[in-house]
Design a protein around this ligand. Structure first.
Ligand code: KDG
Ligand code: MG
Length: 409
């Protein structure tokens, strides 16, 4: 079998997605996710202009060799754009391999270690009561693990609480962050944030008890000593984990946070390779590795990272936001249900438009995600439907401190 064509589809069914469709001379095809939020066209150009010509005529079954060839053969390797492009190709090739074998991806990866993937979703609110109500609503839907974010008094546009400009969607009253043609600007201060978050979890544990698993996403905004203080002050509320307390540039600073507390730590959505993960894994500075399969070169690299993590008693919690496609969500769950050290899976409910363009997303039931037994990833791409939703330039928000200086979003 040979690769005959590489198609790149950019579509915006409520938000932008970049898909790679690899077609073989035998008519089989695979589809992978190459979406990089806010830089979609850079990845599309990398794929069309630089990567597609290298794939034509190759055997799509040689996934590891193609991965090595694209990664090591380029000399200038790594980074978000190239690793997202590589992920799209990798997922499409695994999809083809599954279809050629007549097997779902989880089977090719070694078979099921569990029936479904324990998953979490997001709860946010303008105040503690709103967050509590949101948690109660999600508990009623069967969720067992929930992320809790609250608006920080005196700031503008807190991450994860839907305080940006929101767009209503037809799908069950869901709302989506509207991505503007230029970035929205948020204002954030560490003082009020550090005072508010422990109070939020005090409120939630008081109102809801100890049974449910709760956690919080810092979104990489703190300094090491601030993160250490937060982790320590959250200890009495037994978080499932504290997510991304620091930026990936400061991996050695995780030692400061680790020394200060026993709150479990999760990190990795901004990583791009196994080497980014290494010091945190080998020094056991985190408890959950949460890379984004679409930004680390796909399933091939995820399997290796999971295996290294397993040796250090660290579990996976792959990134699963709305800005990666159902193909990537399916890849997450296929890996989740076939490795021994799976921890938890982030999930979102996609709007109707996304299901129309990319059918086959994992199915949610009573706190768990399930992939189908269809060969490959089990997802597909409706190219005709994709054309109805053309690309719209969009950015993630940016953040400034109260004095106007730039801060990390
Ligand atoms: O594109 C950025 C989002 O993927 C990120 O903000 C989501 O932090 C995130 C999460 O944990 O889902
Ligand atoms: Mg996060």
């Amino acid at each position: 079998m040979k690769i005959k064509e590489v198609r790149v589809v950019v579509t915006c069914p409520t938000r932008n997605y970049v898909l790679v469709k690899i077609v073989t001379d035998e008519g089989l095809y695979g589809v992978g996710d190459a979406t990089l939020n806010g830089r979609e066209l850079a990845v599309a150009a990398a794929l069309k202009e630089h990567i597609a010509p290298l794939l034509l005529g190759r055997d799509p079954g040689c996934i590891e060799d193609i991965w090595q060839y694209l990664f090591r053969g380029s000399y200038w390797r790594g980074g978000p754009v190239q690793m997202t492009a590589l992920a799209g190709v990798d997922m499409a090739l695994w999809d083809i391999k599954g279809k050629a074998a007549g097997m779902p991806l989880y089977s090719l990866l070694g078979g099921k270690t569990r029936a479904g993937a324990l998953c979490y979703t997001h709860c946010g609110g303008r105040d503690f009561k709103e967050v509590e109500d949101s948690v109660r609503a999600k508990l009623a839907e069967g969720f067992k693990v929930l992320r809790a974010q609250v608006a920080i008094p005196g700031t503008k546009g807190t991450y994860g609480v839907g305080s940006g400009k929101m767009k209503k969607n037809k799908n069950a009253g869901m709302k989506f962050l509207e991505q503007d043609a230029l970035p929205q600007e948020e204002v954030w201060e560490p003082g009020p944030y550090l005072r508010t978050i422990p109070q939020l979890f005090e409120h939630l544990r008081g109102a809801l008890g100890e049974e449910l698993e709760l956690f919080h996403d810092v979104h990489e905004r703190l300094t090491p000593i601030q993160a250490a203080r937060l982790a320590k002050e959250l200890e009495p509320y037994h978080l499932f984990f504290l997510e991304d307390p620091l930026r990936p540039e400061h991996k050695e600073s995780f030692r400061v946070v680790r020394r200060a507390s026993t709150t479990p730590l999760a990190m990795g959505e901004l990583f791009h390779s196994k080497w980014d993960c290494l010091p945190l894994l080998t020094e056991q500075l985190i408890d959950f590795i949460r890379c984004d399969l679409s930004h680390i070169g796909g399933i091939t690299e995820a399997k290796k990272i999971a295996a290294i993590a397993e040796a250090f008693h660290i579990q996976t919690a792959w990134h699963g936001p709305g800005d990666i496609s159902p193909h990537a969500h399916a890849a997450n769950v296929h890996v989740d249900v076939s490795i021994p050290n799976f921890g938890v899976q982030e999930m979102v409910a996609f709007p109707e438009e996304v299901h129309e363009v990319m059918p086959g997303a994992p199915v949610y039931k009573d706190g768990y995600l399930f992939v189908s037994d269809r060969p490959g990833l089990g997802t597909d791409l409706n190219e005709k439907a994709a054309k109805k939703y053309p690309y719209k330039r969009g950015y993630l928000p940016t953040t400034r401190r109260a004095d106007g200086s730039v801060h990390d979003w």
